[in-house]
Design a protein around this ligand. Sequence first.
Ligand code: L34
Length: 286
Amino acid sequence: MKIIDGKAVSLRIKDEIKEKTAKLSESGIIPTLAVIIVGNDPASRVYVNNKKKACEYVGFNSVEYALDESVSRNELLGLIDRLNADSGVDGILCQLPLPKHIDENAVMNAISYEKDVDAFNPINVGRIMSGDFGMLPCTPAGIMELIASTGESVCGKRAVVIGRSNIVGKPTAMLLLNADATVTVCHSKTKNLKDICRQADILIAAVGKAGFVTADMVKEGATVIDVGINRGKDGKLRGDVDFEGVAGKAGYITPVPGGCGPMTIAMLMKNTYNAALRRQNTETCG
Ligand code: L34
């Protein structure tokens, strides 16, 4: 069994972006990410801070908009409109989850698709469905990088994704399909989940339940990607995979922390850099 080191892979990607950013800034363009955080969710605070640190590391500007839990939908949409129109902003990210009184879909719709570095806007979602992979959602793109880092080919392999969320399960299934895997998506209503998982050469756990995937659900030698980040009462992070049990059976496995989390952030840096490159092209073309 080999542990896939998400921290190391993400650092390699960030270092590449750092180098390219230094070159881009010679033409006067510093990639700029606007990060919106609403309320006081402690986990969101950690993730947003990690994103800001990554921006600093690669040489981007980041601007944070910390809004009160009670912010109205119109105030939030007004801020997004201003950021959409601000030519100095390349990427806009509104950290999820949002408070219940704000419709997340409306917010994702409002972020201009060109600045949508999460790729949650329906235009970007639709592009992925139709085979245009220009802007990829960060966690799924990070998962594909982690699989690629093993050197094992995805082509023709049987991939099983547990979880069908819009931000992880569904887009990850599309990316695996595009890489020529045979993909099955499982969820809470799936019958014979264990039997299906046992057929997976690549098993993606995006369930949101600590230790959900146990050794009896894993094929010998499978690549197991753990997307879960569950915070226990003791404050310790646990993935969706029972790491101790599954590690003995998997060929490759990602840890939590240090697996998909850092990769999500590295791919955000990549999307923001690419958005800034498009700004450079527009500016030089007048
Ligand atoms: N808009 N909302 C938007 N975009 C996203 O891409 C996200 N996501 C998810 C939650 N909401 C979002 C994230 O940023 C999950 N997520 C995320 C980002 C970073 C980390 C985990 C999840 C991360 O840094 N994880 C570290 C541990 C952090 C800790 O100590 O809690 C890790 O090593 O896994």
